[in-house]
Design a protein around this ligand. Structure first.
Ligand code: GLN
Ligand code: ZN
Length: 769
């Protein structure tokens, strides 16, 4: 019998119940008991949905109140000192949240008011962020709480045998950070007994299968990892011989690690066959007869329906090669469904043609179940599901709008010149100096000003139709005019309009471009209680009309200073969306780039002399494997250049990239050839600038001198001191003064004095030149 399996279920709740429950608890408006009961109800609902969809192997223990890596660390006692855990008994909720969120002055009932949160970083190439465990030689691993055994019992109590999911020991260590010279992987021998205890507890609780996630097997492994895997899985297999271990890999193919994976003493291996369909062949050759293969054929990273017939053929091929009576196959999503929204059920406002093409978590599970059943019982057993899938495939092929001939024509007509500015940087810089007449060390900001309650309510009332569009526009104009007047008074050299008309830097543009769609409840967890609802790119992207010119031109009309127009770049527009999978990402990105290019040229024609094209997500698009990176960087740079290079020499192009490390992408960043790049350097006290200095970055650069993540107002001298460090490394005539990022999350009470200090810092520094 083929098993329909799932690897992980979305945690946030169809109506973001977890977010509500967490935020109520943090605000002191609900008790720990209420929070835990709410979480249990969400898990029960998840089990019901998965069983209802026909899933045989249901994950458990995949739920987390904040983050599964953090909960793994807490379960194994990997809690650094200073977070209120004495090393005895389970880690309390207040310690867990202190690790996740840092001390909030005691307001959350946490003990240590000043402890800083663990570092947060992206979970592989997803938009989910995990907390990085901090390990040292002093870390004393032990099973502080068997959350997996508890999860198994919880399932059984509701009549459902689940498959507990735990992050494997090698990936856990590789994802952690070693302190005072400790190499996390060296801690493996100390960690394994705790894992062994956990497995024994799961067996006692009644588990039959345990899913051990080792996503690092799909990445370039560091030296020593191969031996670590062998030792780790030997220990896990010996710990509870009665348990069947499923080694789960995802987010890519195993490539050179495929033989390693199949050499481990596990009862089954899960493969991501969406990201790397070709690895199935090698896997079929390597799998031992008694080993199960879990085939991840339903895309857990995207929102599209599966072509069931197409996949079924491949499954049947695999089944034939395993034909020995019991062929030991599982069908599953490619990875946990954490990365897609819950269910299409509530999306009643979507274009029906799009809706018919979509599958969120609940619908994907039905696909998995249908595929498993078709494999065992024949196609007739799931005829309606197959027919619906065929119809969607056919309808998609016939969708004339999906391939807009005008867009295709423009793309076919692209020339290399379109990606090149007319003159090299030096020539442009001279003409821009002439035109803009800026003082040395010009002051600017990154674009947005505070999104106050007034701004948000104005936008919300307009969206609900409670105020007429004229009233809304007048309101935004007033806020913009106030912001421009204030920047004039305080002496910002290159002002911005403030982005009051924007809710979100991707959504605003997506709503104005053809080819994008938006869900109502398509929430995906980003971290903790934070969610995003990524737009969906489903048809060719084009720009029916200018998107920002009205606001930038209005702002420019109010001042003699050069106004900076503000756009989101093509790579970020792509990266923060669910992207159609019937075209290469590169092709979709080029379409967006052309739309942005049109906007840049319209801004230029409207007399806007400076245009900033934000690319905060440029770096996060980097593929997991080193060898795949040059190809990504090639087209990502080309798309930025396509978007930006149409302007005259006199028009100054800025870009902005925050939360980035630059060392390994400096060539690409330089190749983007923006006249000025602003980066986030205040938080690291200019550490991130080193890459630019070492590279002798040739164009203009604004290293952030104000950490906008903190409510603290930096003084003029503090900001000047930071820029002096930059001036030791890069020539002053190419430096700018600006904050780390946009100011939309700050209040005016901080922004006004801080910007005044920024201007004062520039005045002092200029006097020293
Ligand atoms: N221009 C945007 C802003 O100021 C940039 C945001 C970002 O980099 N994340 O809000
Ligand atoms: Zn930023």
């Amino acid at each position: 019998m083929t098993i329909a399996a799932n690897l992980g279920y979305p945690r946030i709740g169809p109506r973001r119940e977890l977010k509500t429950a967490l935020e109520a608890f943090w605000a002191g408006k609900s008790s720990e008991d209420e929070l835990l009961r709410g979480a249990a109800a969400l898990r029960a609902n998840g089990r019901a949905v998965q069983q209802g969809a026909g899933i045989g192997h249901l994950p458990s223990g995949d739920f987390a109140l904040y983050d599964h890596v953090l909960e793994t660390a807490c379960a194994f006692g990997a809690v650094p000192p200073g977070y209120g855990w004495d090393g005895e008994g389970p880690v309390s909720l207040s310690t867990l949240f202190l690790l996740a969120r840092g001390g909030r002055g005691g307001g959350c009932g946490c003990s240590g008011g000043t402890a800083t949160a663990l570092e947060m970083t992206k979970w592989f190439d997803t938009n989910y962020h995990y907390l990085v465990p901090r390990l040292s030689a002093a870390t004393r691993f032990r099973l502080a709480r068997n959350r997996w055994a508890e999860a198994v019992r919880e399932g059984l109590a509701s009549g459902c045998r689940t498959r507990p999911v735990l992050l494997g020991p090698v990936s856990f260590l590789l994802l952690s950070k070693g302190e005072d010279g400790t190499k996390p992987l060296d801690l493996l021998p100390a960690l394994l007994p705790a894992y062994a205890d956990a497995l024994r507890g799961m067996a006692e609780a009644g588990a039959a299968w345990v899913q051990v996630d080792e996503p690092c097997l799909a990445t370039d492994l560091p030296a020593g990892a191969g031996d670590a895997y062998a030792a780790a899985f030997r220990a896990l297999a010996d710990a509870a011989p009665g348990l069947d271990l499923l080694l789960a890999t995802y987010f890519g193919g195993l490539r050179e690690n495929l033989p390693l994976a199949f050499s481990l003493p596990v009862s089954g291996v899960h493969l991501d066959l969406v990201r790397d369909p070709a690895q199935l062949d090698g896997a079929l050759g390597l799998a031992r007869a008694e080993q199960w293969l879990s085939l991840g054929v339903v895309d857990g990273r995207n929102v599209w329906r599966t072509d069931l017939h197409g996949v079924l053929e491949r499954l049947q091929g695999a089944a034939r090669r395993r034909a020995d009576g019991s062929r030991r196959l599982m069908v599953a999503p490619s990875c946990s469904l954490l990365h897609v929204p819950h269910s299409l059920r509530m999306e009643t406002a979507l274009d029906p043609a799009l809706r018919r093409r979509l599958a969120f978590a609940e619908e994907k599970l039905a696909e998995v179940a249908a595929l498993a059943r078709a494999l065992d019982e024949g196609e007739a057993a799931v005829a309606p599901a197959l027919e619906a899938s065929d119809r969607a495939v056919a309808e998609h092929r016939a969708d004339a709008v999906a391939r807009n001939p005008d867009v295709a024509e423009r793309l076919a007509a692209l020339t290399p010149e379109m990606e090149r500015r007319r003159s090299p940087y030096a020539g442009r810089a001279a003409k821009q100096r002439e035109r803009l007449r800026l003082p040395p060390l010009p002051v600017t900001t990154i674009g947005s000003f505070p999104q106050t309650a007034e701004v948000r309510s104005l936008r919300a009332r307009a969206a609900r139709g409670e105020i007429a569009s004229a009233e809304y526009e007048a309101g935004i104009e007033r806020l913009t005019a106030e912001a421009v007047r204030w920047q004039d008074e305080v002496g910002v050299d290159v002002p911005v309009h403030g982005e009051f008309e924007r809710n979100d830097m991707v959504k605003y543009f997506g709503e104005r471009l053809d080819g994008y769609a938006f869900t109502k409840h398509g929430w995906v967890q980003s971290y903790g209680s934070r969610c995003v609802a990524p737009p969906i790119i489903w048809r060719d992207v084009s720009r029916p009309a200018p998107m920002t010119v009205r606001w930038s031109a209005f702002a420019q009309s109010l001042t003699k200073r050069p106004m900076k127009g503000m756009l989101t770049g093509p790579v970020t527009m792509l990266q923060w969306s669910f992207v159609r999978d019937d075209l290469p990402r590169e092709a979709v990105c080029r379409q967006i780039a052309l739309s942005i290019r049109d906007e840049v040229l319209d801004l230029e024609a409207a007399g806007i002399p400076v245009v900033q094209i934000d690319e905060p997500a440029f770096r996060e698009g980097l593929p997991l494997r080193e060898g795949d990176r040059p190809e990504y960087l090639r087209w990502a740079v080309a798309c930025f250049r396509l978007a930006s290079a149409g302007v005259r020499d006199e028009t100054q192009i800025h870009t902005h990239m925050c939360y980035s490390e630059f060392n390994d992408i400096m060539d690409a960043v330089a190749a983007m050839d923006a006249d000025v790049i602003s980066i986030e350097t205040a938080r690291s006290r200019m550490e991130l600038l080193e890459a630019f200095a070492a590279f002798s970055y040739p164009n203009g650069i604004g290293p952030g001198v104000w950490d906008i993540h903190s409510p603290r107002v930096p003084g003029a001298e503090e900001m000047a001191a930071l820029l002096r460090r930059a001036m030791e490394r890069l020539p002053a005539d190419r430096l700018w003064l600006n904050p780390d990022c946009g100011l939309k999350t700050r209040g005016w009470a901080e922004v006004k004095p801080a910007v005044a200090n920024l201007v004062e810092a520039a005045r002092r520094l200029r006097a020293e030149l």
